[in-house]
Design a protein around this ligand. Structure first.
Ligand SMILES: [Zn+2]
Length: 339
C-alpha cells in the first residue's frame, strides 16, 4: 500500500505502509517523545535528501525517477539507464547528497552561536543529522550489494572480469562482509540492524542462486559497430544512398558507444548531403567538428537551402580557410555566381 505524498521538481514522492511501521517501531522504542520526533524528522529528511540525489541525476538522463519511502529506508525507481557510466553517476549521487547534507550540518554547527548548542532542539538536530548523514552514507558506500557501494562495486567488477564471475565476486564479498558484521560488529539480539543484515544476506543468497537479477549487464552493441563499418565502406565506394540507409539503421540502435554514435552521424550527414537530402544532412552535420569534408557538405546544404547568413558566416570562418586555396576558389565561384 502506497500513498503519494507530493512532487519535488516533477519527481513523485510516495510513502509505503512499511515506512509507517518503521516509525511506529521507533516511537515504541521508549525514548522521550521529543527526541523520537526529532529523530523521525531528521531520518525522513535525510533519506529524502539521499534519494533526491539519485533522482536528480536520473532525471538529468531523462529516466523518469520516482521516490518511495519504505520499511528499509528509501528507494529511487527510474527507467533503465542506457550506459553503466550513467548508473555510476546515479548511484553515487545518493551517498554524495548524504555527505553534502552532513557537511552543511557541520558548517552550520561550527558557525552557530554557542548558546544555540544548549538549545534542547538545535543540539540534538545537529548531532542526529551528523550521525545519519555521515554515518549512514559511509556505511552505504561499503561494497555490500544491494547497498549503493555494493552496486558500484558490482559495476567495477563487471569491468574487470567476465559477467558471471563479477556477479559471484559481488555477492560473495557482500556475504563475507555481512558475516564479519555479525561476528564482530556488535549486531546482537533482535534489533532492526540484525534484521537488516539478515535480509541483505538473504538477498545475496537469492541473487547467487539466480532467483533474482542483481542488475543489468550491458554489453557493447556489436550490431552498431558492424553497421558503422558497412556504412563507412558504402560511403567510400560512393554508394551514398546505401550509406545513408545504414546510417539511419545505426541511429536507431540502442546502447551504442559515444564514439560509434558520433561516427555514425557523421557518415549519415555526409551521405544525406551527397544524395541531396540537405535538410536531413544539416540535422547531423551541425554538431560535427568542422573538418574540410564537413565544411564542404555544410556549404552545399546552406547553398541548396538558401541559408545565406549561415553560408556567409561559414565562408568567412577559419574552418573554410583551412581548405586548399584552389578548392576555395572553386566553391566561391559557384556560390558567388549570379544566377
Ligand atoms: Zn541510495
Amino acid at each position: 500500500m502506497e500513498l503519494r505524498l507530493f512532487d519535488i521538481a516533477d519527481i513523485p514522492v510516495r510513502v509505503s505502509l512499511w515506512y509507517g511501521l518503521l516509525l511506529l517501531y521507533w516511537f515504541q522504542g521508549g525514548g522521550d517523545a521529543r527526541s523520537t520526533l526529532l529523530w523521525v524528522i531528521i531520518v525522513t529528511l535525510s533519506i529524502l535528501g539521499h534519494e533526491l540525489g539519485h533522482a536528480f541525476v536520473a532525471r538529468y538522463y531523462r529516466l523518469r525517477p520516482s521516490i518511495l519511502l519504505h520499511g528499509l529506508g528509501g528507494l529511487c525507481n527510474h527507467d533503465r539507464a542506457e550506459r553503466d557510466r550513467h548508473d555510476v553517476f546515479i548511484i553515487a549521487a545518493g551517498p554524495g547528497a548524504g555527505l553534502l547534507l552532513g557537511l552543511v550540518t557541520w558548517v552550520v554547527s561550527l558557525n552557530a552561536p554557542s548558546a544555540w548548542m544548549l538549545n534542547p532542539w538545535f543540539g540534538p538536530v545537529v548531532s542526529m543529522s551528523l550521525y545519519v548523514n555521515f554515518g549512514w552514507s559511509l556505511v552505504n558506500l561499503l561494497p555490500i550489494w544491494p547497498l549503493d557501494g555494493g552496486q558500484l562495486y558490482r559495476l567495477l567488477m563487471l569491468r574487470l572480469v567476465k559477467p558471471a564471475r563479477a556477479e559471484k565476486v559481488t555477492h560473495y564479498t557482500a556475504l563475507v562482509l555481512l558475516a564479519l558484521a555479525l561476528l564482530y560488529g556488535g549486531v546482537r539480539g533482535t534489533s532492526l540492524l540484525l534484521m537488516l543484515v539478515l535480509w541483505t544476506a538473504w538477498s545475496n543468497v537469492r541473487a547467487l542462486r539466480g532467483d533474482s537479477a542483481s542488475g543489468p549487464i550491458r554489453s557493447v552493441n556489436k550490431t552498431a559497430k558492424q553497421l558503422l563499418l558497412e556504412a563507412q565502406r558504402a560511403y567510400a565506394e560512393q554508394d551514398f544512398k546505401e550509406a545513408a540507409r545504414l546510417g539511419q539503421l545505426l541511429r536507431h540502435e540502442r546502447n551504442v558507444s559515444d564514439g560509434v554514435a558520433r561516427e555514425g552521424l557523421l557518415v549519415l550527414g555526409l551521405s544525406c548531403a551527397r544524395i541531396g537530402d540537405h535538410a536531413e544532412a544539416l540535422r547531423y552535420l551541425r554538431a560535427q567538428p568542422e573538418t574540410p569534408e564537413v565544411v564542404e557538405a555544410l556549404i552545399e546544404c546552406f547553398y541548396a537551402l538558401g541559408g545565406d547568413n549561415e553560408l556567409n558566416q561559414l565562408l568567412s570562418s577559419a574552418s573554410f580557410h583551412k581548405l586548399p586555396p584552389e578548392r576555395r576558389k572553386e566553391i566561391l565561384d559557384i556560390v558567388r555566381a549570379e544566377p
